[in-house]
Design a protein around this ligand. Structure first.
Ligand code: IDP
Length: 135
């Protein structure tokens, strides 16, 4: 398996719940290393640009408002098969459908406040890491 990097965001709901450490422990226990990390308040423009692929979706406005409702942790995780490993740890987009023991099952309330983001492909990971951290 290849060593990959993926972009992870701990979203405002999880930061507000004070579970940053618990979520990071799951990444660390799965062998993922935090190689870039920043606690930051996204601007509206940053959140819109990050989610540009969803701009025609009906939930886009609510998604952007949610992502700027408080600070987030933006980070790059590195490890074997990091993209899929992170997606498996996160669980399904809708926490009601997320498998038991996943981050979203344990910490998320709803499909729009769902605790974490993780890149869904190698191309997305490269674009998203560059978006926040440059090359
Ligand atoms: P993902 O975060 O699991 O990759 P995407 O389909 O890429 O899911 O959607 C991006 C984000 O947009 C989701 O994490 C969620 O916060 C939000 N979202 C997706 N679908 C809906 C919806 O039907 N209603 C409200 N928010 C949604």
């Amino acid at each position: 398996m290849a060593i990959e990097r993926t972009l992870s965001i701990i979203k405002p709901d999880a930061v507000a719940k004070n579970v940053i450490g618990q979520i990071e422990s799951r990444f660390e226990n799965a062998g993922l290393k935090i190689v870039e990390m920043q606690l930051k308040q996204l601007s509206k423009e940053e959140a819109e640009g990050f989610y540009a692929e969803h701009k025609e979706r009906p939930f886009f406005g609510d998604l952007v408002s949610f992502m700027i409702s408080g600070p987030v942790v933006v980070q790059a995780l590195e490890g074997e098969n990091a993209i899929l490993t992170n997606r498996d740890l996160m669980g399904a987009t809708n926490p009601k459908e997320a498998a038991a023991g996943t981050i979203r099952a344990d910490f998320a309330e709803s499909i729009d406040a769902n605790a974490v983001h993780g890149s869904d492909s190698a191309a997305s990971a490269a674009r998203e890491i560059a978006y926040f951290f440059g090359k």
